[in-house]
Unconditional design. Structure first.
Length: 512
């Protein structure tokens, strides 16, 4: 046999399903509420019918019990017990199963071959043999239209002796029976009255269920529409936010519900986007300003030299142009690094010794420090393992050392403290320069920020070194701050978490 294939809906069928599916939240909410109401109301109507039927059957059983007592009295006193006596079918059966004093016309057609439809009592003491709790009527000829045919019904019965029933009374219906005979009086508890009671409420329940569902649908639709009215206002206001006017904000409804929280979140998101756009505009403006200055100087020097080539000092002009070109190169590299950082690029991290890295870079900067007559020293208390990107941590230390070299008077101190391995690893770069006022301790980490006087543009910085250093430190799960100085100069502190033991190159443990 060929393997059966699962038939998947074609594109047209999928489009038809999507078209038939309600799209608005109002319609979906109303439909869900209507379906729930339909289930609940239908279950409630069925439960009501069931309870009504049970109560009607309990009442019918009580009525049948009363009729049984009355029937026993009537039979014993020779009363008239013929035809449709009472509300339920009945039969009075003698012990031999053939002689009976009275029977309901509904049961008579089921007596076959002289035998009663209902079983006779046992001989002896009344009540010695309990009667059946239910009886099933067959379908003999002539019972086609009989409501009892082919059904099983509960019955109640009582056994009495002929003497107790008044057998000595010549007018008794069972006067012909021996005095020790046992007779049984049956009453069949038919459910027809209970069924009629249930049928009577159907005209009320049948329209009540769909009307209730329609009412719930309408209420759910209107309530949802009213509840979503602030959402529509938020949507229109959010759609009005453009790059030309990013200061637009949505109104926060005074409801304290989820929609109000949504409005607050949207406003916070718009504020972050506005701040990011403002920061980007400032960066572009600052970068353009920073690039314009060296370009202006470079072009001015070259144009003067070209205008007076005979009188130009070409070696000096070339050296100055090279210096401005290097400044442009440094600025462009910093801008490219900032762009990569803003994109959230995360390089591969590995375990490295921060003390060894600091010692290595201090050696590289030794010649530059001697040229400036600055004493550069590095002190460590042993290995300081951390987890990070070697290239980016190297860039952090270079930026800190470049900043210190520009502003130190006579001394730069680099120190690395690893502690006992349970606390953070600290790297400090301190200089004895003019220092930074406490009010500017955070400003120095902003992009293109230069403090007046001692830390100005002529010192050679681009205004991005410290900002890049802090950003790189944060991306290494660390921090960079300017510590309060107890003396002259500035002291920058880099804090990193120690590398756990048995760490692999991805920063994951041995189990990943």
């Amino acid at each position: 046999m060929a393997a059966s294939r699962v038939r998947r809906p074609t594109g047209a069928r999928l489009r038809l399903r999507l078209r038939l599916r309600p799209r608005s939240v109002r319609a979906r909410s109303a439909l869900a509420a209507g379906l729930a109401a339909a289930v609940l109301l239908t279950a409630g109507a069925l439960w009501m019918q069931d309870r009504l039927y049970d109560n009607a059957m309990a009442a019918a059983r009580a009525q049948a019990q009363d009729e049984l007592v009355a029937l026993i009295g009537a039979v014993g006193q020779g009363g008239e017990v013929t035809g449709t006596w009472g509300a339920f079918p009945y039969q009075v059966v003698a012990g031999d199963g053939r002689i009976y004093a009275a029977s309901s016309p509904d049961i008579a057609p089921f007596d076959v071959d002289g035998r009663t439809a209902l079983p006779p009592p046992g001989a002896g003491v009344p009540g010695a043999t309990e009667g059946p709790s239910s009886v099933r009527f067959g379908t003999p000829p002539g019972t086609r239209d009989n409501p009892l045919a082919g059904h099983t019904f509960p019955v109640i019965s009582s056994d009495v002796s002929a003497a107790q029933a008044g057998a000595d009374d010549p007018h008794s219906l069972i006067a012909t029976l021996p005095s020790d005979a046992i007779i049984r009086v049956y009453v069949v508890v038919t459910p027809f009255q209970a069924g009629a009671a249930v049928t009577a409420v159907d005209p009320v329940l049948l329209p009540a269920v769909p009307l209730g569902v329609l009412l719930v649908l309408a209420v759910a639709y209107l309530t949802t529409r009213r509840a979503l009215r602030p959402v529509e206002a938020i949507r229109r206001r959010t759609a009005a936010v453009t790059a030309a006017d990013p200061r637009e904000r949505v109104d926060v409804p005074d409801t304290g519900d989820e929609i109000a929280a949504l409005a607050v979140t949207i406003n916070a998101t718009l504020q972050r986007l506005d701040d990011a756009a403002s920061a980007q505009r400032r960066l572009v403006a600052d970068a353009a300003h920073e690039l314009r200055s060296p370009l202006t100087v470079l072009l001015a020097d070259l144009e003067v030299a070209l205008a007076y080539p005979d009188r130009a000092d070409w070696p000096t002009t070339t050296a100055a142009a090279a210096g401005q070109a290097r400044r442009l190169q440094a600025l462009i590299e910093d801008l490219l690094l900032l762009a990569r950082l803003d994109e959230g690029q995360q390089p591969r991290r590995s375990r490295l010794d921060l003390a060894a890295l600091a010692t290595e870079l201090t050696g590289e900067y030794a010649a530059a420090a001697r040229e400036r007559a600055v004493e550069l020293s590095c002190v460590t208390d042993g290995p300081a393992p951390v987890l990070g990107s070697p290239g980016r941590l190297r860039r952090v230390l270079r930026n800190l050392l470049d900043n210190a070299l520009r502003h130190a008077d006579t001394e730069i101190r680099v120190s690395v403290r690893a502690g006992d391995g349970s606390g953070p690893v600290l790297l400090e770069v301190a200089d004895d320069g003019p220092g930074i006022e406490p009010a500017d301790h955070e400003r120095v980490f902003e992009r293109f920020t230069r403090l007046a006087d001692a830390r100005d543009r002529d010192s050679g910085g681009t205004g991005l070194g410290l900002a890049i250093a802090r950003d790189l430190a944060r991306r290494q799960q660390g921090s960079l701050a300017l510590a309060p100085g107890g003396g002259p100069g500035a002291r920058f502190v880099l804090t990193l978490d120690p590398a756990p033991d048995h760490q692999d190159a991805d920063g994951q443990g041995p189990n990943g």
